[in-house]
Design a protein around this ligand. Structure first.
Ligand SMILES: [Mn+2]
Length: 340
């Protein structure tokens, strides 16, 4: 954080505020971890603070300290709207465009220009709704940034075991358990400090990763069975139809991480999963890569999405089959980067 940002935040927190913290829609470990860590910190320094999520988050995160106080905009709409209406300061975490918060976009947009927004985020191309922006694409996770935030405006001694557990979870999930390229020495030093301050690392891994239901494990089997490997483009993709999801009693979060299996194939550098969502009438797409091939650019150019260089999301309004066919036809435009 630069000194201008630090001073701006310190000034905002120098008086009592009514704070709302908002992570992105379909919040993941980094979104929930950073929101709750910041909530613990701000509550701890005496600020009236609420976390409002646009919609529900996966069950494997529902042990996180403080998650009982999260307000779900979809389910507790009146309460959430009241909190937003009465807020004097809004933190947006792990996203940088108000289009990423679904139905919450409208009420938040109405606050832009009325009250200050603070953005803490590591995605590309931030939009300009926040007067205080702590935006850095080189960061492994928003959780790493919240650690920096507490260190910069206060002291790391304010990192309680609750905060340490939240931040560890987000760094772990956003770095693929400390293996993505955004992981560096600083990430590991922070993680080491979080363990010293009470992050239960073994327990966290267990709670996040060892929570399969038999249905989810069989759905993974189905997904792997559908895997298409395009050796000539070092690409692999998976499709899952609504019918297949239904047959395995699909629960939110069940397909989390499936896309990464493609990348475990030797010589595959680009992996995608297409998941049919009949209710929304779209195909949800997750894209991953190893190395320089930018899935962010690919998703932005072709699938109305975006994200990071090595991890992005997108959508398609074609059928599942047509989406896959269209995807395959696009690859020839990227032969220079994808050919072995
Ligand atoms: Mn993140």
């Amino acid at each position: 954080m630069n000194s201008e940002t630090i001073n701006a935040v310190k000034e905002l927190l120098s008086r009592p505020q009514k704070i709302v913290i908002v992570p992105h829609k379909n919040p993941d470990g980094d979104a929930i971890g950073s929101a709750l860590a910041l909530w613990h910190y701000l509550t701890g320094i005496g600020q009236e603070t609420s976390v409002i999520v646009p919609n529900d988050y996966p069950k494997f995160l529902k042990w996180m300290p403080g998650c009982g106080s999260i307000i779900n905009f979809e389910r507790e709409n009146t309460q959430a709207k009241e909190k937003i209406d009465g807020s004097t300061l809004i933190f947006t975490l792990d996203f940088n465009h108000l289009g990423r918060i679904g139905q919450m976009e409208k009420p938040l947009q109405e606050k832009v220009g009325q009250i200050p927004f603070v953005m803490i985020d590591h995605h590309q191309a931030p939009s300009d709704y926040a007067e205080v922006m702590y935006s850095d694409v080189n960061m492994s996770s928003t959780c790493q940034m919240v650690y920096n935030f507490i260190e910069s405006i206060d002291t790391v001694d304010k990192v309680t075991p609750e905060i340490a557990n939240c931040l560890y979870t987000g760094i772990m999930t956003d770095t693929g358990s400390f293996k993505f390229r955004s992981t560096n020495g600083r990430t590991h030093r922070i993680v080491a400090d979080l363990i010293d301050r009470g992050a239960e690392n073994t327990e966290i891994h267990h709670r996040v990763f060892d929570t399969n239901t038999p249905e989810r494990l069989r759905l993974l089997g189905c997904a792997l069975n559908n895997l298409v490997i395009l050796k000539e483009y070092r690409t692999a993709y998976i499709t899952l139809s609504q019918q297949e999801l239904d047959a395995h009693n699909f629960q939110k979060g069940d397909t989390e991480g499936f896309v990464n299996y493609g990348l475990t194939l030797e010589d595959v550098i680009f992996a995608v999963i297409f998941i049919e969502n009949k209710e929304e009438g779209i195909i949800k797409i997750s894209l991953r890569s190893i190395g320089d091939f930018s899935v962010n650019e690919f998703a932005r150019n072709h699938f109305d999405g975006g994200g990071h260089n090595n991890a992005a999301g997108g959508r398609s309004e074609l059928s599942l089959e047509d989406t896959a066919t269209h995807f395959e036809s696009l690859l020839k435009n990227y032969q220079a980067q994808l050919r072995p």
